[in-house]
Design a protein around this ligand. Structure first.
Ligand SMILES: Cc1cc2nc3c(=O)[nH]c(=O)nc-3n(C[C@H](O)[C@H](O)[C@H](O)COP(=O)(O)OP(=O)(O)OC[C@H]3O[C@@H](n4cnc5c(N)ncnc54)[C@H](O)[C@@H]3O)c2cc1C
Length: 506
């Protein structure tokens, strides 16, 4: 019975790929495949991050013989090893520490002798990371993906040379299709040499061995603000220097950006917006950073024990061998592709941070699935207008769709509705009332154009907004949908109501 099912699936996939139908090999039937240099894979994925590992699992699920080459020694890429997961572990646990120190007394909880055990906090982070990365290895085995540890280099149109991580013979993989998912790395700041101890990227910032007295964060985007929050909560005096006039990056709604800056300011983070870093140097134990107004002006020197460079990330293609196939990159180093993720060699596709679009794990994952579906079915789809963004500070910030400044610039007539958490029963009960929900809708049709939340649990709540946008909902659709009481999501409903009519509770 099992045999028949597998045969039927493999056969239909083979037909779609225009191949002759062959019975699956014994290896495939047993659900176990072993790497052999003579074997040709249907798909070889280079990079085992959220884009690559999801693509590899999906390809195997589609019945394609799949390998994934990863050079890090662990699956999960930037996200699981040095990005989303470790940063969220530290954000969660530093929030609990901060709350115990500053927030629980008024809730009727007296705590004595609170101490930070940074080593244990880091251990908890490492355990989350290793549990999740091993989980992907398990999923590879379960789905029959060949996991090849090493650096993959394109050496021919259908050939990838693999330099094994643990040394030994260089191998060559043959592939009908190749998916490049090699991700990104932190953009360096000219003149500041990263040592990951005193001048760090996010990778060093998630692994400091003691709390710095003073920390300067260069760049007020999401990564800078998240890491700045962690170390500020643990006791560092944090100053964020941002070139632009506002924090949060260009996608964040301007009203939300002002609100979260005020709230983070109340928590103790200092901001220098409209300010550029001119130069910096390490003098003994101190890092000196010279800044001046972005428009030019008097220089000032900031001193810190640790400086975090968080000015963005850039595509990573070192050692990949793009030049061997003459594959094109743009002026920002992104590999050039068409709308079906194809390079000029149509069997080589590219997904995730190493190509166009937002550098987000879930965007890379969606692309991984779509790219495989183009291979196996001939069609795939990602709605780039409905990819959410979340900043995991406290309160969180989350949004999907267009910001008010974007809609205004488009010249479209629009309506706006907002609802503050200070008027939401659950937020008041939880003594957690900073922030608001904001809807932006087409004035004529009431169709939702963007949803922006700054508030507790915004990152979870935005999922409803993403679904609404996917289904082309109007604000009235949300406003007439029952939301459980008492929940934070009632603020979401009321902000929608405020857009086409009036909220009840404010
Ligand atoms: C501190 C931090 C926090 C973040 N937080 C979030 C968050 O909360 N939410 C979110 O959505 N995103 C977050 N991101 C961004 C997220 O990590 C990336 O968008 C995501 O990891 C991109 O996935 P990817 O598969 O394209 O690339 P990556 O995750 O970078 O994976 C690429 C992999 O390819 C491997 N590789 C590269 N070249 C080769 C080669 N030649 N051969 C073999 N292997 C190779 C690399 O070792 C790497 O493991 C965060 C990033 C950072 C740095």
């Amino acid at each position: 019975m099992l045999l028949q099912t597998i045969s039927a699936r493999s056969a239909s996939t083979s037909l779609r790929l225009g191949k002759k139908v062959a019975a699956p090999s014994l290896y495939a039937i047993a659900g176990r495949r072993f790497y052999s240099s003579e074997t040709e894979h249907d798909v070889v994925v280079i990079g085992g991050g959220p884009g690559g590992y999801v693509a590899a699992i999906k390809a195997a699920q589609e019945g394609l013989k799949t390998a994934c080459v990863e050079k890090r020694g662990a699956l999960g890429g930037t996200c699981l090893n040095v990005g989303c997961i470790p940063s969220k572990s530290l954000l969660n646990n530093s929030h609990i520490y901060h709350q115990i120190n500053h927030d629980v007394k008024k809730r009727g909880i007296d705590v004595g002798d609170v101490k930070l055990n940074l080593g244990q906090m880091m251990k908890a982070k490492e355990e989350s990371v290793s549990g999740l990365t091993k989980g992907i290895e398990f999923l590879f085995k379960k789905n029959g993906v060949d996991y090849i540890k090493g650096t993959g280099t394109l050496v021919g149109e259908h050939e990838i040379k693999v330099n094994p991580l643990e040394g030994g013979e260089v191998k060559t993989l043959k592939a009908k299709n190749i998916i490049i998912a090699t991700g990104s790395e932190a953009t360096p700041f000219p003149g500041l040499e990263i040592d990951e101890k005193k001048i760090v990227t996010s990778t060093g910032a998630i692994a400091l061995t003691e709390v710095p007295k003073k920390m300067v964060v260069i760049g007020g985007g999401i990564i800078g603000l998240e890491m700045g929050s962690v170390w500020s909560r643990l006791g560092a005096e944090v100053t964020v220097v941002e070139y632009l006039g506002a924090i949060g990056g260009p996608g964040m709604d301007a009203e939300v950006s002002k609100n979260i800056q005020r709230t983070l300011g109340k928590q103790g983070i200092k901001f220098k917006t409209g300010t550029k870093v001119v130069s910096g140097s390490v003098e003994g134990e101190t890092v000196k950073i010279n800044v001046e107004a972005a428009k030019g002006g008097k220089e000032e020197t900031l001193e810190a024990d640790v400086v975090l460079v968080a000015i963005g990330r850039r595509p990573y293609t070192e050692g990949l061998g793009l030049e061997n196939l003459d594959l094109e990159t743009d002026e920002r180093g992104r590999i050039v592709i068409d709308s079906e993720y194809r390079t000029k060699l149509p069997h080589i596709r590219v997904i995730g941070d190493v190509t166009f679009g937002a550098m987000l794990a879930h965007k890379a994952e969606e692309e991984g699935i779509a790219a495989v579906e183009y291979i196996s079915k001939g069609y795939g789809h990602v709605n780039y207008g409905a990819i959410p963004s979340v900043m995991y500070t406290h309160p969180e910030v989350a949004w999907v769709g267009q910001s008010e400044q974007d809609v205004k610039a488009s010249g479209k007539e629009y309506s706006v509705g907002t609802f503050p958490f200070s008027a939401n029963s659950r937020a008041k009960t939880n003594l957690d009332t900073d922030g608001f929900v904001k809807f932006i809708a087409d004035k004529e049709t009431d169709r939702i154009l963007g949803i922006h939340i700054v508030g507790p649990n915004a990152g979870e709540m935005i999922a409803e907004g993403v679904l609404a946008l996917e289904y082309g909902a109007s604000c009235e659709d949300i406003g007439r949908t029952s939301h459980a009481h008492p929940t934070l999501s009632e603020a979401f409903k009321e902000a929608a109501m405020a857009t086409y009519s009036k909220a009840i509770h404010s």
